[in-house]
Each structure stands twice: as C-alpha cells, then as structure tokens.
Write a protein that binds this ligand. Structure first.
Ligand code: N01
Length: 541
C-alpha cells in the first residue's frame, strides 16, 4: 500500500543493502519461494493474441506503469532475467513492459504451453475425479487437477450505458481494448469520458495530435507529476548488484526495495509540513503519498491538508480559474488509485482542450456525431472511453467456474466476494487465483505479487503430491474470517469512505466491499505461515 511502498527512484533513497531484517522468508518456513522443478504439465489459455495481459490490451497513447517502477516492476526470481533486460525510463512505457514480457516468455520457453486467442467458456469441477474440465470457444476440452485463474484484476471493460451511445457513428475505443493499428487523431474532434489513470495518461497525448479534445469528467482527481526521466547507467548497474539482497528488500517493503520515510505529522509545524509537501511534489511520483507522513490515509485532518495542498497546485497550473475549479478533487487524497501524470493539468491550458463537468452538466444522450449534455451539444468524430473496469472480481465472474455441487461463482459471490487468502474459494477445490479479491493485488507490485502467489500455489500443489492428497479446499469459516479481516483493516483507513473501484462503487449494483489486502509484505508472510502450519483453514481430500 502507498505508505509501505517506496520512494521513487531517487538514488539517495537506495539504502536497501544495509537493512537488518528481523524476519526472513526462510525463517518463517517459507521455503516455498525456492524454485522447485515439479514436472507438472501446464496448459494455459489466453484470450489475447500474445503474452502481456493488461500490457497487451492497454495500448492507449501515454500508457505507462503508474508506480515507482523501473527497474523493479519485473519478475525477481532469476538473476539471468534481471541481467538480460535494460530498463530505460523511471516510468516504463507500455511498449517496454510488453517487450519485457515477450522476452521473458521466450527466455523461459513458455509460449509452447500457451494457447492464444482462446476464451475459456466453461470450467467445472468434477468431485469424483477431483479434476477440472475446461471448455474453450475453439471447441476444445481439457482436463486438469488444478485450475489457476490469472484472469486479471483490471480486465472487464466498464462501458457507460448512456442513451444512444451505440448510435454514435464515429470511431469509438475503450482504453483497455485499444486497437493494435495506429489510431490517428489528426484533424479530429475527440471526446474522452473518464479521468482515472487511463484518461489522465492519454488525454495529454491525444491533445497533442487532435483538432479538439472535450473531456467529460465525473469525479475530479488528484494526480501527481510523474517526473519521468531516463535511468542512468549507474542506476541500472546498482539495480542489479546483490540481487538476492535487493530481492529480499522488495519482499519486506511492500514490493519495492526503497525505504519509505515514516514521519509523525505532529512533530512538524504546518509550515514545515508544507515545505515537505513542496519538496515531495517536486520529486514527483507517489512520494507525496508514501514519504510525507505515515497517517495520511488514516488521519482526516492531515489528509485534508495534503488534499488542499494538491488543490493549490492545480490552481497554480491551470490558467483559467473556472476550469481549475472544475478540476478540484473533493474526496480523501489517495483513497482512489493515485495517478501519476505527464502534464495532465497543463493540458487544460491548451486552446484545443475543453472540460465538461458532468456533475454540473450531465450527459443526456448521444447522437451519431455528438454528445448532448444538459447545457449543450458537443460534436465529436471520435469517442475514447477511459471508463475503467469491473475491477478485481469482474473477470473471475466472467469465467464463472462451477465448483462443488455445480454451484457457480456467480451464485457464490452474489452478495459478497469471499475468498480465503485472496487465492482460494470455499466450495471450489483445487482452484487458485492470482491477484484475486482479498489479495494485495493492485496495491502491491503486480509482477512480484504474481510471482510470490504462484510460488505459494506451486508449493501447495507439491504438498498435495507429497502427501498423496487429491484436493485442497478452503473452509467456509476461514473464508468468512478472511473477509472480516480484510475489511476490518480497510475500515481503519479512509479508503472505504470514497466511492472507488477498490470498493466496487464504479459498477452499478456491485456489492460494496473493500477488495484488496492493504499490507502486501504481511500478506506474503501470512501465506508462508499458513503453509508452514500445515495449511490452516484448508480441508484436504
Ligand atoms: O479506470 P478508473 P482507469 N460516466 O476506474 C469515469 C490501473 N491502471 O482505466 O471517478 C462518466 O480509475 C470514472 O468516474 P468516477 C490503475 O490501477 C494502471 O483509468 O467513477 N464517467 C473515472 O473518472 C487504475 O486505477 C495504469 O466518478 C464515468 C474513469 O471513468 C485502474 O487501472 C494505467 C462513467 C474511470 O477511471 C483503472 O484505471 C491505467 C460514466 N458512466 C490504469 N463510468 C498504469 O499505468 C466511469 N467513469 C499501470
């Protein structure tokens, strides 16, 4: 989570070699992190045309990793892999992440086991055989003892259902399904709906090329300057030295090796705090959230102070005061996903960009060539939907596996998205999830989180094999307790007070529930302990 995460790539903060760990994964019995060759057959299905997942689909202009990234937004288990890749910028662009993943798949010879352009249309557990049967839209059927769902936390596109939207006759793209062909904005009037990470990353790029951009904004956002820059040779070299040590620090520090500064707000005067905010704003990245004060996401007054600081920055940047006022965020800073931008607010100083505040002037309908709001009509040639996703649960529900007794996940999760450890579901034996609800998923470094979860899953499978067991299944009780634990932790923060996709508020009718584990490092310690203690909370058959 933010305050556990790290400073952006300020070399002075690279003090990760000198940490004296009070705990090591090995000491906790977490030998599951060691790679074990298990001689299992793996068959993977992927709807995309190649590896990359979110980085294959999200090719919109300006797409970049939105956290302190290079060179640590990457898999960590192989020094050879680490050495084989040159990261170039602090905020890695989509094309580079995709190239890295393609290289990774080749280096480890993974493509031979992956069938692309294939949708899994059905997945059913057979209790007597203790196996899953998987059916695809290519007419194939596969049988497997274990089903691992790595279906993506931000995959199922959220499309607004405004009256007449399907009548719009111009080009229309969702950022999460961006075409592989070049999209030309030249000479076009482009309407963009949505100002989350995808909108805020893409709007400045679209504005550079389009004739006119009209941004339709529902909730104004806090966005921090990314201050993207090239990585120096020295930084790259340092990021590879003592890799095992570095890796350990990533394990212990929320997924990044950098140490965060944990100041106590009451030790500083308001003036001193303001100076700190200024300095962190200048440093850029998510520093303002993670390196200001440790209670930013729990203390309302402090949060108000930081929020006001950012609003002041927006007022300074945006020249037209009326536009600036429309851009003022009014929820708790950091409780929606923080956004890093490359000149987003500055974009509103361009002559070819206008902003419609949907809270004042809502969309009424679409025509073939325009968006009608209560106060006027906005002619457009292209519509960009940066409207986000049915996050964290949407793609599992799309897959809708059928577990014990033929009960579907849609039935199981009708009211609450209960999991155990964010990785398993009671009633769904031998099914594992990566980045599922109740895991740190989107609040942790996703490649490392995926890697560590996969290690734990592999070790669970090894445990079954070693003990001649056929199935592992979370108990209902463990799942109920996990759900309570996740939400109790979230309730200690300001997160649940904001309507965000973290709580499912962006999807009409979705049960409201905080969907992520807030403390990634502790979560992975917990996984290790569960394994070490004989898989507490699981039944075996
Ligand atoms: O989606 P979002 P996103 N009418 O849900 C608005 C990750 N990510 O694709 O705030 C009008 O954040 C909605 O308004 P509101 C990252 O974790 C990573 O931008 O709900 N507007 C909001 O403004 C991120 O958080 C990178 O009121 C409507 C926007 O659309 C997550 O993906 C890059 C609307 C949706 O924002 C999702 O980001 C991009 C409607 N009917 C994304 N419905 C990296 O760089 C929705 N909106 C790694």
């Amino acid at each position: 989570t933010y305050w556990q995460m790290a400073q952006t790539l300020n070399p002075d903060s690279w003090n990760y070699h000198r940490q004296d760990w009070s705990y090591t994964p090995e000491e906790a019995g977490a030998n599951w992190q060691k790679k074990v060759q298990m001689n299992l057959n793996v068959r993977a299905f992927d709807s995309a045309g190649g590896v990359g997942g979110t980085w294959w689909y999200n090719r919109y202009p300006g797409a970049r990793v939105d956290a302190p990234s290079s060179p640590f937004y990457a898999y960590t288990f192989s020094q050879e892999l680490v050495d084989s890749w040159e990261w170039r910028e602090t905020q890695t662009p989509q094309a580079s992440v995709l190239a890295y993943l393609e290289n990774f798949a080749e280096q480890f010879d993974l493509n031979k086991d992956i069938q692309f352009e294939t949708w899994v249309t059905d997945a059913r557990y057979n209790e007597s055989e203790q196996r899953w049967t998987i059916t695809t839209d290519t007419g194939e059927t596969a049988s497997a003892q274990f089903l691992i769902c790595a279906v993506g936390a931000l995959f199922v596109a959220n499309k607004p259902d405004y009256p007449g939207i399907d009548d719009f006759a111009g080009e229309c793209y969702h950022t999460g399904r961006w075409p592989h062909e070049t999209v030309s904005f030249a000479g076009k009037r482009v309407g963009v709906i949505g100002t989350g990470s995808s909108g805020i990353q893409s709007i400045p790029e679209i504005a550079k090329a389009a004739e006119h951009v009209t941004v339709f904004q529902r909730t104004p956002q806090y966005s921090l300057p990314a201050r993207n820059r090239a990585l120096s040779e020295e930084e790259l070299a340092r990021s590879r030295e003592d890799w095992e040590d570095l890796r350990k620090s990533m394990f212990h520090r929320g997924g990044w090796p950098h140490k965060t500064i944990r100041r106590n707000a009451s030790d500083y005067t308001p003036q001193q705090r303001h100076e700190i905010y200024e300095q962190l704003w200048d440093e850029g990245g998510i520093n303002l959230a993670i390196n200001s004060f440790s209670t930013v996401l729990t203390d309302k007054d402090l949060n108000d102070e930081v929020s006001e600081f950012v609003r002041g920055k927006i007022r300074e940047i945006v020249q037209d005061p009326a536009t600036a006022e429309k851009l003022m965020p009014d929820y708790y800073f950091g409780t929606k996903r923080l956004i890093l931008d490359n000149g987003y607010f500055e974009t509103y100083n361009r002559d070819n960009v206008s902003l419609v505040d949907l809270r004042q002037d809502p969309i009424e309908s679409f025509t073939a060539s325009s968006v009608k709001t209560t106060e006027g009509e906005h002619p457009i040639d292209m519509l960009v939907l940066a409207t986000g996703f049915d996050a964290v649960t949407g793609s599992m529900l799309n897959l809708n596996p059928k577990g014990r007794g033929g009960v579907s996940l849609k039935e199981k999760w009708a009211e609450r998205f209960e999991t155990y450890l964010g990785a398993t579901i009671a009633g769904f034996p031998n099914l594992f999830m990566i980045h599922g609800p109740g895991s740190p998923g989107v609040l942790y470094t996703m490649p490392l989180g995926g890697e560590r979860t996969a290690d734990w899953i592999a070790e669970s499978i090894r445990h079954l094999r070693d003990n001649d067991l056929g199935a592992i299944e979370a108990t209902e009780e463990a799942a109920v307790n996990w759900d309570k634990e996740i939400n109790a932790a979230a309730d200690q923060t300001l997160y649940p007070k904001t309507d965000s996709w973290y709580v499912g508020a962006n999807i009409p009718g979705k049960p409201r529930q905080f969907l992520a584990h807030l403390r990634g490092s502790q979560y992975f310690e917990r996984l290790a302990e569960v394994a070490q203690d004989g898989y507490v909370g699981f039944d075996f058959e």
